[in-house]
Design a binder for this molecule. Structure first.
Ligand code: BGC
Length: 762
């Protein structure tokens, strides 16, 4: 990838910029007034073309036919931002053109997708959500920001805040799963981590809340497909993480690609202006998704690219990513009186304000010496290992198979992902990144220096339809494994397992099987993995399945037959070490599922916070909505086991009644009743029994991850108030908090049984 990007390099412009580092930006953020004064002064000098330039983001590589050469665009002030570059020398060379050769010397803003790490790769965001520990996600984002900023990147297109209740949608891997409450907590944590205490804090980057909004509700789980979501559900389910990001001070937003209720978001004024700016008072700028403006024509919304430019800027979109309709048409639209200069100025000011806040005018260049020290620093690997440990979810552990003994003499490690650095790091690492993860095989070998650890990958797995993104990564496209070779690999894996005392099967999905343009109809283990698992279980040895995957998988057979299942997700640079830590008991897994696991892709969307059916839950009619199988999830939302056990008692409300608008403390005692220390995630759920609208059967409204020693009891106190009990009512077309009766539950997953009654009174 890096190579491909370099072919478009700025020939002859590679300068030694480390010597040209300007003074450090002032400590602490400038005031609103200081920012506004600088922006106004600059704006007063700008031509219309230069203004449009600031609203234009171009590709730093020849990605799309006809895309302008960055050096030419920057020299004439024709681009405010460049994306898809990842080379510090090029960053500095192009920046030098912007700040020394362009008329107004406005620095360029470099954006890149730094999703779960720059060089040090953390678990994928879905895994981080499984930690149920926002502080660990915040630290991961802070490390990613530090490395990226040192490497010359100012802006990450993250966090992705799309709630996803359909595991067929590949981008579920980039978000926090199915729940708005957990999603909002993780959203705020990531914004704090990426941006630091204020926008422009040293060692941090500008974050981008994407993809606003409801991209995860694509019909059929098919990426990019239209979304039909009623306003109530938008506001109650899909918006909360975005609003949380605004409250946390996020500096930019990205509009989602898709058509939302027949109005594509890049041209949706209600979304981009009324809600985002009017209701939430968002002060940053909005960028389209790549080609999102041009695509308004494909979506049958805009007549042509000119109409697309007009409609998106008028809707409240400030910067266009990559499609080139703004530079082509905005000036003409102003000349024709279809757009006002004031509308252009508003967007330009938002972008310039962010550049001022980021300190780009004072410090436009990246320091190569510092980058070499910061990027991939050993302490970052330590953080990555901790994050991976905390995101592990123990799904099954029959007869305490895990943890395994370190005195084992022989272990067979099998499966196509056991020694795959790409799969261990997972979906969407930065362009040009060379995978360097510790694999599960390597982690186990390091843990058992005296044992025989044999390895056999079994047959290869692959997408049936290749990914567009494979074209961009050198070596990613591989010919299909010949059937005879696959069969031999299958037999070899079985033989390898036969010779060992314990088998660890590492199975799941390759990195390109989830992520963008990676939707699947089935959620089964791809290829012959399950067949191999069956053959190995038939040997009668203990079999531990380690799942490496970017989405829930319908591992129905494994869930009833293997001895233990550890969900490792795509655990990042230190993933294999963390998995080995858990397999051999140095770490007790304490993560919980941020999304339920359906028994089949055909069950999607399946989520716990659905409204009740007209049949009572548990009745035969209720249970048989599918006549060909269970309707329940294989593993519910919030689920996860531990090497110890926890019991819950004394769920207490401060009072049985709560006045509308006020808050109430809810406490519960949790005890570690097992023999080893462990973490538990205490979860609080509510259900409103009747009201202005029907409400979900359960909704998460509080959680806390706690570590408990054997025998230790902790009282965890959470709080319920208008934020937790209010909602957007479809019948009232407004926010309400009904005075009604509620069920409250606390426990270790979304099936928690410990119950209390609560009534909200006027
Ligand atoms: C994705 C975005 C991403 C952008 C820039 C698009 O295809 O949908 O999530 O930030 O590309 O790489």
């Amino acid at each position: 990838m890096e190579k491909a990007f370099r072919t478009v390099a700025v020939a002859g412009l590679v300068l030694a910029c480390a010597t040209a580092i300007s003074a450090e930006p002032p400590a602490g953020p400038p005031s609103e007034a200081q920012v506004a004064a600088r922006v106004e002064a600059l704006l007063a000098k700008m031509t219309l073309e230069e203004k449009v330039g600031q609203l234009t983001q171009i590709a730093g590589v020849a990605f799309f036919p006809g895309s302008p050469k960055p050096e030419e665009a920057l020299r004439k002030g024709g681009a405010g931002s460049v994306l898809w570059l990842n080379d510090i020398k090029q960053f500095n060379a192009l920046q030098r053109i912007a700040v020394e050769e362009s008329r107004l010397k406005i620095p360029v803003l470099y954006g890149l997708d730094v999703i779960h790490g720059y060089r040090t790769i953390f678990p994928v965001p879905l895994a981080m959500a499984a930690s149920w520990d926002p502080s660990v996600h915040e630290r991961a984002a802070a490390v990613a920001a530090k490395e990226a900023r040192a490497a010359g990147i100012h802006w990450t297109f993250a966090p992705m805040l799309d709630i996803a209740r359909d595991a067929r949608w590949g981008r579920i891997v980039e978000g926090a799963g199915e729940d708005p409450y957990l999603g909002a907590a993780m959203a705020a944590a990531q914004v704090r981590g990426f941006q630091g205490p204020y926008l422009g804090a040293p060692d941090h980057v500008l974050a981008c809340a994407k993809h606003f909004a409801a991209y995860g509700a694509a019909e059929g789980g098919r990426d990019y497909d239209p979304v039909y979501v009623p306003e109530g559900r938008l506001r109650n389910v899909y918006f909360p993480p975005f609003e949380a990001a605004v409250k946390a001070g996020v500096g930019s937003f990205m509009s989602a690609y898709m058509d939302l209720n027949d109005v594509p978001v890049a041209g949706n004024r209600w979304m981009l202006t009324d809600v985002l700016r009017g209701e939430w008072a968002f002060k940053g700028f909005v960028v389209s998704d790549a080609m999102g403006v041009g695509n308004l024509t494909t979506q049958g919304f805009a007549r042509d690219r000119k109409d697309a430019a007009l409609r998106s800027l008028s809707a409240g979109l400030d910067m266009e990513m990559a499609s080139g309709a703004f530079p082509e048409h905005l000036a003409a639209l102003v000349a024709e009186g279809k757009l006002t200069t004031a509308a252009i100025d508003t967007a330009v000011k938002r972008i310039l304000a962010v550049k001022v806040r980021l300190g780009l005018f004072e410090k436009p260049y990246a320091d190569e010496t510092r980058a070499a020290q910061v990027v991939g620093a050993p302490e970052h690997r330590t953080e990555a290992r901790l994050a991976a440990q905390r995101s592990l979810v123990l799904l099954r552990n029959e007869n305490a198979t895990l943890p395994l003994s370190k005195a084992l003499k022989s272990v067979a490690v099998i499966g196509p992902l056991a020694d795959s650095k790409e799969a261990t790091e997972g979906s969407w690492t930065v362009f040009g990144h060379v995978p360097a993860a510790v694999t599960v095989l390597e982690g186990i070998r390091a843990k058992l220096p005296g044992a025989t650890v044999s390895y056999s990958p079994g047959p290869e797995i692959r997408r049936l339809v290749p990914s567009f993104f494979d074209d961009l990564v050198p070596g990613a496209k591989k010919p299909e494994q010949p059937p005879a070779e696959a069969e031999a690999a299958f037999q070899k894996a079985v033989e390898t397992a036969r010779g060992a005392d314990v088998v660890v099967a590492v199975m799941g999905e390759l990195a390109n099987m989830s992520g963008e343009a990676a939707s699947r109809a089935s959620l089964d283990l791809p290829g012959r993995q399950e067949e191999l698992l069956k053959a190995v279980v038939a040997l009668g040895k203990p079999v531990v399945l380690v799942l490496v995957n970017g989405r829930p998988l319908s591992v129905n057979w494994a869930a009833g037959h293997v001895n233990a299942i550890l969900e490792a997700w795509e655990p990042g640079s230190e993933g294999g070490s963390a998995v080995a830590d858990a397999l051999f008991g140095d770490v007790n897994p304490g993560g919980k599922l941020p999304v339920g696991f359906p028994r089949s892709g055909a069950h999607a969307p399946l989520y716990y916070a659905r409204d009740l059916s007209h049949q009572p839950e548990g009745s035969p009619m209720y249970r048989s909505r599918y006549w060909d199988g269970e309707t329940t999830p294989l593993y519910p939302f919030g689920y996860g086991l531990s090497y110890t056990r926890f019991s819950y008692a004394n769920l207490k409300l401060e009072a049985p009644q709560l006045k509308r608008g006020q808050k109430l403390a809810v406490s519960v005692e949790v005890t570690n009743t097992g023999a080893v220390a462990g973490d538990e995630v205490v979860q609080l759920y509510v259900h409103q029994r009747a009201g202005s609208d029907s409400r979900p059967r359960r909704e998460l409204k509080g959680f806390q991850r706690v570590g408990l020693k054997p025998g230790e009891t902790r009282t965890v106190t959470l709080s319920l108030g208008p934020e937790e009990l209010g909602y957007w009512s479809t019948s009232q077309h407004n926010w309400v908090q009904d005075t009604e009766a509620f069920d409250v539950w606390a426990g270790s997953d979304s099936t928690a049984a410990l119950h209390a009654d609560l009534t909200v009174v006027p």
